[in-house]
Ligand binder design. Structure first.
Ligand code: SF4
Length: 155
């Protein structure tokens, strides 16, 4: 069997809701319905790291983008972005199709479309430096597993 050579990147908590703020979980484990849409198209999934968990741990308080926007946090987000972009380049150079990136709407770290999160800003800047462009989509802030529907538009 040969692979489809198609890849999508997803924010860490799409697969692991244990990484979100305590009490803010929107699925028991991961966003199964969204992941099934991706896997049904035979697209491989790469899980991005969770910068907030790495920075402040499991029991952190809600913070705004402005509160997260420090040199130290941006540096962390940049460092987390480096190996991802290195691998993106390798995949692209070897004929893989990078289908896009699924972020988290309204997140101070992982929003890709609205008020862009800090991790996504740093990742995007590094991707631009390396001439990598992707489609972006965000899980809406009101999405709750088994209560709301959301179709991933970039598959
Ligand atoms: S939105 Fe980003 S920072 Fe927030 S829990 Fe999900 S992966 Fe972590």
């Amino acid at each position: 069997m040969t692979s489809n050579k198609k890849i999508i990147y997803v924010a860490h908590c799409v697969l692991n809701q244990n990484s979100v703020l305590n009490g803010w979980e929107r699925a028991k484990g991961g966003f199964n319905k969204i992941l099934k849409q991706i896997l049904a198209e035979d697209i491989a999934i790469i899980q991005l790291p969770c910068p907030e968990f790495t920075y402040l741990g499991e029991d952190r308080q809600p913070m705004t983008k402005e509160e997260y926007d420090t040199t130290q946090y941006r540096q962390l987000c940049l460092e987390l972005s480096r190996p991802i972009v290195t691998q993106m380049k390798i995949y692209q150079e070897n004929g893989y199709e990078l289908k896009g990136l699924v972020g988290i709407g309204d997140s101070p770290t992982c929003d890709t479309l609205g008020k862009k999160g800090i991790f996504m800003e740093e990742l995007y800047a590094l991707m631009s430096e390396n001439s990598i462009s992707l489609s972006w989509v965000d899980i809406p802030p009101d999405y709750v597993e088994n209560e709301t529907d959301f179709i991933i538009s970039i598959l």
